[in-house]
Design a protein around this ligand. Structure first.
Ligand code: AMP
Length: 475
C-alpha cells in the first residue's frame, strides 16, 4: 500500500517521499488509519517494523490539521526544529504553545531516535518538538521547553524531574504515546509512568506499543486505553531474512577465551555482545582489548556523550565490537549488525528476543550466538519455552569438546550428533582458521552448539535444520 492511500497530509507525504519510502510497512498500514481517526491503539510490534513512523505520521497529521490551544502561533511557526530558548518572554511562549503530544520511551538513545524521526517526518509541518532525557545537563532542555513545543519526547525519569521543578505542564496533551512499554516496566518505571499519565488529561488519545504482551502490560492497557484498536505485527520470516541462532554450552570461566576465539575466527561486520552487568561489560572489553580486539562498552554508567560517541563509532565503517548491557537490547536502529552474542543469558526470556532482534534487520541475514553457562540452563529453557523453539544440539564443537556428556541435558531432546567436516562461520561455530586456536585461548570445556532459525525482527518463527548437515551461509 502506498502512503498516499493512507489519508496523510501533503506535508507528511513530501517528507516520506524524501526519505525514499515507497510502500507503508504492515504496522503503518494497520495503525495509521485508526490513529488518524482518533482511535486509541495497542500495538504489539518491535523496532525495525517501521513502528516510529506508524505513530509519528498520524500524530503529526492530527496536530497540524486539528486546531490546538494556540492556533495563531502555529500558523506563524518556523519549520519543525529542535527548539532553543530565546529570551525573556519564554514562559508566556510556552503557555501560548503548550505540549500537545507526549511520547515516552525507556532509554535516552531511543528517545533521541524518536526525536530525529519527528524532525524528519515533521519538517514541513511547522510543528516544534523537543527531547528530554537524563545523563546530560537540563539547561538546554529547559530553555527549549520555555520556548514552547508541540511535541515532547521524554524518558520518564527526567520528565518527572522537570515536572517537579515546574518546567513542564502536561494539561494540554492530546496524544499520549508510550513506546516500548514493556521495557519501561522492566526498567522499574511503573511509578513515574503512573504519575505522568495522571498528569495528562483523561480526555486524550493514547497509543501504546510493546514488543511483548505480559499480563502487566495488558492491565495497564485496560486502564489507560479506551476501546483500543489492536495491531499485532508478527514478522514474517522468509529464508533470506532468517537469523541463524546458536548456543555454546561453556563453563563461565571459559567464556572470555571462547569470545576471543569466536571473534578472531568468525567473519563479522558489526558485532554486539550482551553482558548482564555494567561491570561485566567493562571486564569483557578489557579482556578483548588485551587480546588485540577493538571493543567498546555501552551501558548506563557511561556519560551520555560517551554513549553517543560509542554508538557513532559502532555505526561507522570500522566498528569496534560493542559490549552492552540491555540498554542496547531494544530500540537501537543500527543497520548491518552481523552478529549478536549473548555472553550471558538474560534473566527475563523476553529480553533475549529483543537482543537477537538487533541483527537480521531490514531483510539482512544475521547470526545470534549464546554462551550458556551451567547456571544459565534454566534461562535457556525459559527462552525455549517463550519462543516455542527447542534448541537441538546438532553436534559437538570441534574446538571445545564436551567432557561430561551427562552434564548437558539437551533442552530439545535430540542427542548431539557429530557432523563430519567441522564447523562453519555462519553457524556461530568457530571456524578453524589455519588450524590455529586463539593465541590467548585455553581449551573451553563442554561447548556444543545448536541452531534454530529466527525471524528478521527477532521473532522466532520456526526451527530450521539443514538436511544432512549442509553448510551454513557465511556472512
Ligand atoms: P522503526 O521500527 O521505527 O525503528 O524503523 C526501522 C527503520 O525502518 C528506520 O530506519 C526507518 O527509517 C525505516 N522505515 C520506516 N518506515 C519505512 C517504510 N515505509 N519504508 C522503508 N523504510 C522504512
Amino acid at each position: 500500500m502506498n502512503f498516499d492511500q493512507l489519508g496523510l497530509a501533503d506535508s507528511l507525504l513530501r517528507a516520506v517521499r524524501g526519505e525514499g519510502y515507497e510502500t507503508a510497512t504492515p504496522i503503518q498500514q494497520q495503525a495509521i488509519p485508526p490513529v488518524l481517526a482518533g482511535r486509541d491503539l495497542m500495538g504489539c510490534a518491535q523496532t525495525g517494523t517501521g513502528k516510529t513512523a506508524a505513530f509519528a505520521l498520524p500524530t503529526l497529521h492530527r496536530l497540524s490539521t486539528i486546531a490546538g490551544p494556540a492556533p495563531s502561533n502555529q500558523s506563524a511557526a518556523p519549520p519543525m526544529r529542535h527548539t532553543k530558548g530565546r529570551g525573556r518572554d519564554s514562559f508566556s511562549r510556552a503557555e501560548r504553545r503548550p505540549i500537545r503530544s507526549l511520547i515516552l520511551a525507556p532509554t535516552r538513545e531511543l528517545a533521541a531516535q524518536i526525536g530525529e524521526s519527528f524532525k524528519t517526518y515533521g519538517q514541513f509541518t511547522g510543528l516544534r518538538y523537543a527531547v528530554v532525557f537524563g545523563g546530560v545537563g537540563q539547561g538546554p532542555q529547559v530553555k527549549a521547553l520555555q520556548n514552547g513545543v508541540d511535541i515532547l519526547v521524554a524518558t520518564p525519569g527526567r520528565l518527572i524531574d522537570l515536572m517537579e521543578q515546574g518546567h513542564i505542564n502536561l494539561r494540554n496533551v492530546e496524544i499520549l504515546i508510550l513506546d516500548e512499554a514493556d521495557q519501561m516496566l522492566d526498567m522499574g518505571f511503573i511509578v513515574p509512568l503512573r504519575r505522568i499519565v495522571a498528569a495528562v488529561p483523561k480526555q486524550r488519545q493514547t497509543l501504546m506499543f510493546s514488543a511483548t504482551m505480559p499480563p502487566e502490560i495488558r492491565k495497564l492497557a485496560s486502564e489507560w486505553l479506551r476501546e483500543p484498536v489492536h495491531v499485532q505485527i508478527v514478522p514474517v520470516a522468509t529464508p533470506a531474512e532468517l537469523v541463524e541462532h546458536s548456543v555454546f554450552h561453556v563453563e563461565q570461566q571459559n567464556k572470555p577465551q571462547l569470545l576471543v576465539h569466536y571473534l578472531q575466527t568468525t567473519a563479522q561486520t558489526r558485532t554486539l555482545v550482551f553482558a548482564r552487568t555494567k561491570h561485566g561489560a567493562d571486564k569483557v572489553v578489557k579482556h578483548l582489548e588485551r587480546a588485540g580486539i577493538r571493543a567498546a562498552a555501552l551501558h548506563g554508567n557511561k556519560s551520555q556523550s560517551v554513549r553517543q560517541r560509542t554508538l557513532d563509532a559502532f555505526k561507522s565503517n570500522r566498528p569496534p565490537v560493542l559490549v552492552a548491557t540491555d540498554i542496547a537490547a531494544r530500540g537501537l536502529d543500527v543497520d548491518g549488525v552481523s552478529h549478536v552474542i549473548n555472553y550471558e543469558l538474560p534473566d527475563v526470556a523476553e529480553v533475549y528476543v529483543h537482543r537477537i532482534g538487533r541483527t537480521g534487520r531490514a531483510g539482512a541475514t544475521g547470526i545470534a550466538t549464546s554462551f550458556c553457562g551451567r547456571h544459565e540452563r534454566d534461562q535457556l529453557r525459559q527462552i525455549e519455552r517463550l519462543t516455542r523453539c527447542s534448541i537441538n544440539v546438532e553436534q559437538e564443537h570441534p574446538e571445545y569438546k564436551r567432557e561430561a556428556a551427562s552434564d548437558h541435558r539437551p533442552t530439545g531432546g535430540r542427542r548431539p550428533q557429530r557432523r563430519p567436516g567441522g564447523g562453519n562461520v555462519g553457524s556461530g561455530e568457530p571456524r578453524s582458521s589455519g588450524g590455529g586456536r586463539a593465541k590467548s585461548s585455553r581449551p573451553v570445556k563442554k561447548a556444543t552448539y545448536a541452531t534454530v532459525a529466527v525471524g528478521g525482527s527477532g521473532q522466532v518463527t520456526r526451527r530450521r535444520r539443514r538436511p544432512g548437515g549442509a553448510k551454513k551461509r557465511a556472512l
